[in-house]
Ligand binder design. Structure first.
Ligand code: IPM
Ligand code: MG
Length: 355
């Protein structure tokens, strides 16, 4: 029997509800694939601040580094919006990423055939979309110095070193090798010095991957192309803030932000989380879509634990649930045969995954 230790960070808002469903599905595949998962919960975000005064207690980093992977729900909410910046849940998340060294954020955007009508774009534009945003996660303007503000000025610095660009570029090319072998690097090299370096370095790294076709695009054009013809993209490689924006945009191709998973990986341990936020407005009502978190658990099995058979079972179960017409409320108007709650959806997927 294979044993793995998973750190669970449920977080705020709908975080606990969706993590519970992912655990249900993990346990279902474990029982049929001769795997044993043990879980350790750790606090982060507003709930951690409420209990410990710190959105990222040291204990959480310790528990995470002691595990094989971290499964993460969501953090934040209005309740904590007026705290000083360093006490806010988001600051905890940024520190967490930095401390774990997860420099590569992988955000796939896939359009499920069953939900091709749920997109706000025409079905003929989004049908078959399958792209991956590879976002640099612990550098760029999010972390650059100097930064600060006074009464009349606020400033941040967008900075990338050669080394930071090299490692994220390798990640993108390696992923492209397992997909359609196309990387589009996105920058603003017509305006920004940091982007000129980015473009130069990515072009150099590309020489080590002769099979991969590299193109470059300015970020404003990329935002437009994503809506005009999203199928042109395979891997989109980009920096922290451009990737933040483009991955939200890409997520809407699929019809609901409640569907898409992500992985943040680096030298140490990986963090697997839905790309959506904590949705405090619907927390506790049992209507959140758990699919993004369940799909994140599947990415965790595939990328962190090498359990691709179990991951395939989960992915297949998600597709089957959608195909049979099960929908949570966010997707209720798209060919639903039955509208189900968060926990019903988790149970349906768990049942299919166990078969
Ligand atoms: C994300 C989020 C975070 C980010 C916030 C909550 C700090 O938007 O993961 O995309 O900007 O990275
Ligand atoms: Mg974001």
């Amino acid at each position: 029997m294979k044993r793995y230790k998973i750190a669970l960070i449920k977080g705020d808002g709908i975080g606990p509800e969706i993590i519970d469903e992912a655990v249900k599905v993990l346990d279902a595949v474990a029982s049929c694939c001769d795997i044993d998962f043990s879980y350790e919960e750790a606090l982060m975000g507003g709930c951690a601040y409420d209990i410990t005064g710190d959105p990222l207690p040291q204990e959480t980093i310790k528990i995470s580094l002691n595990s094989d992977a971290v499964l993460f729900g969501a953090i934040g909410g209005e309740k904590w919006d007026n705290l000083p910046r360093e006490k806010r849940p988001e600051s905890g998340l940024l520190r967490f990423r930095k401390e774990l060294g997860v420099y590569a954020n992988l955000r796939p955007a896939v359009v499920y055939d069953e939900l091709v009508n749920a997109s706000s774009l025409k079905p003929e534009v989004v049908e078959g979309v399958d792209l991956m945003v590879v976002r640099e996660l612990i550098g760029g303007i999010y972390f650059g110095e100097p930064k600060g503000r006074d009464e009349n000025r606020g400033w941040n610095t967008m900075v990338y070193t050669r080394e930071e660009i090299v490692r994220i570029a390798h990640e993108a090319f390696k992923i492209a090798m397992t997909r359609s072998k196309r990387v589009c690097s996105i920058d603003k090299a017509n305006v920004l010095d940091v982007s000129q370096l980015w473009r130069e370095v990515v072009t150099e790294v590309a020489k080590e991957y002769p099979e991969v076709e590299l193109s470059h695009m300015y970020v404003d054009n990329a935002a437009m192309q994503l809506i005009r013809d999203p199928r042109q993209f395979d891997v989109m490689l980009t920096g922290n803030i451009f990737g933040d924006i483009l991955s939200d945009e890409a997520s809407m191709l699929s019809g609901s932000i409640g569907l898409l998973p992500s992985a943040s990986v680096g030298a140490k341990i990986g963090v697997y989380e839905p790309i959506h936020g904590s949705a405090p407005d619907i927390a506790g009502q049992g209507i959140a879509n758990p699919i993004a978190t369940i799909a994140s658990a599947s990415m965790m099995l595939r990328y962190a634990l090498g359990l691709s058979e179990a991951a395939d079972k989960i992915d297949g179960a998600i597709k089957r649930a959608l195909k049979e017409g099960y929908r949570t409320k966010d997707l209720a108007q798209y060919d639903a045969k039955e509208v189900c709650s968060t926990s019903e959806m988790g149970s349906i997927i768990a049942n299919y995954a166990a078969k």
